[in-house]
Ligand binder design. Structure first.
Ligand code: SAM
Ligand code: SF4
Ligand code: SF4
Length: 353
């Protein structure tokens, strides 16, 4: 992985009063609680081998085990009261959750949550895009690992249809949603797709972010040699394009971004393996079963659904969240070398990417 690693632009290292709310709660490493990712269900209509390998069996939550929309709204409001400014709906595949627009309608008016977005594999997006926008969604991130039809299908565990996903992306843009694309690049699987994905970013004027393959969960048989470091991808693209590094837009931005010197579109790198960004990680995660996680690589989460359903008041729930965040010391990606064999870890499709 060291081979071909190039310097990427630096991130802003510390929050400033201009970028963070005064109310923001800090963890033990001084990181504010700024983002909440809400997984709305654990099921998915794809079987990407880096997340939910198709040869394994899965048991999904029953509907009564899922947080209801009113429960999600209540918890989201509490997180916002503690300084959260960005809400992202994810999964599993969030568009499989029945009535999702109603949840968006509930979350969009929350005062203080400046940003409401959603991550999806895009298969079901085309017919839903306009309603999501009308419900108050602002931005959408679509996972797009290849622009080759048969490879796309294979990468999704035989379930994806590239044409439908591309239609979904266009429908989202037509509806007025800001659209970004995410591609997880793995050696020998889709690294050859990098130039086409960059060309797509240029042609469409959209942002494509290349994500390093991570050792999340316990099912994907991750090997370091399968990771294509961002520096390697940058080197390939610099042979074709003049790329200009862009400054971080805000504290805690995970992508390091580049513009094409001569045109529209943008590419970004999310380099959690080669350049971990735990030092500025401001993300909390609420799993579909109501567990609150402070790291993507955590073994356990704090149950909020139990206390909520047992009738706890807002103050008690706030105290649970506050106590967990202020004790937070997670920095798995920085410690990866020593922790890589940690036996217990939540799965990405349960916690939300
Ligand atoms: N199903 C939706 C989707 O795929 O966009 C949302 C949930 S998915 C878990 C969120 C993101 O996590 C996706 O962009 C996916 O590519 C990414 N992801 C899943 N497993 C990953 C891994 N092992 N390494 C890096 N990214 C991963
Ligand atoms: Fe499903 Fe997203 Fe995981 Fe792929 S990455 S299996 S689309 S949850
Ligand atoms: Fe944040 Fe954990 Fe990822 Fe580090 S490893 S960036 S603490 S989620």
């Amino acid at each position: 992985m060291e081979k071909g690693v190039l310097p990427l632009p630096l991130r802003t290292q510390m929050p400033t009063s201009a970028t963070m709310s005064a109310a923001a709660l800090s963890d033990r490493l001084g990181r504010p609680l700024h983002d909440l990712r809400v997984s709305v269900l654990d099921a998915c209509n794809f079987r990407c081998s880096y997340c939910m390998p198709a040869h394994r069996d899965y048991t999904f939550l029953k509907s009564e085990e899922l947080l209801g929309f009113a429960e999600i709204e209540r918890l989201a409001r509490l997180f916002v009261a503690l300084g959260t400014r960005k809400l992202r709906l994810t999964g599993g595949e969030p568009l499989l959750r029945r009535g999702l627009c109603e949840l968006v309608e509930r979350l969009a008016p929350i005062e203080g949550a400046a940003d409401l977005c959603l991550t999806t594999n895009g298969l079901l997006l085309a017919p839903l895009a306009r309603s999501l926008k009308e419900a108050g969604l602002q931005r959408i991130t679509v996972s797009l690992d290849s622009l080759d039809e048969s490879r796309f299908r294979e990468l999704s565990g035989g379930r994806g249809e590239l044409g439908r996903v591309l239609e979904g992306i266009e429908a989202a843009a037509d509806a007025g949603l800001a659209v970004k694309l995410n591609a997880v690049i793995r050696r020998g699987r889709n690294d050859r797709d990098v130039p086409a994905l960059a060309a797509y970013a240029r042609a469409s004027g959209r942002s494509v972010r290349f994500i390093e393959y991570m050792d999340v969960g316990t099912l994907n048989d991750w090997r370091p040699e399968d990771v294509v470091a961002s520096g390697e991808i940058l080197a390939i693209l610099r042979e074709r394009y003049q790329l200009v590094p862009l400054a971080a837009d805000y504290y805690g931005e995970v992508a390091q971004r580049f513009a094409f010197a001569d045109g529209a579109g943008e590419i970004g790198f999310i380099s959690s393996v080669s350049q971990p960004f735990c030092g500025s990680c401001t993300r909390a995660r609420l799993a579909a079963d109501g567990r609150f996680y402070t790291c993507l690589f955590a073994a356990t989460g704090l149950d909020l659904k139990g206390p909520l359903r047992a009738g706890c008041g807002d103050e008690e729930l706030l105290e649970l969240i506050r106590a967990r965040w202020t004790r937070r010391e997670d920095r798995y990606s920085e410690l990866r070398e020593e922790r890589v064999k940690a036996p217990q870890r939540v799965e990405m499709f349960r916690i939300g990417g």
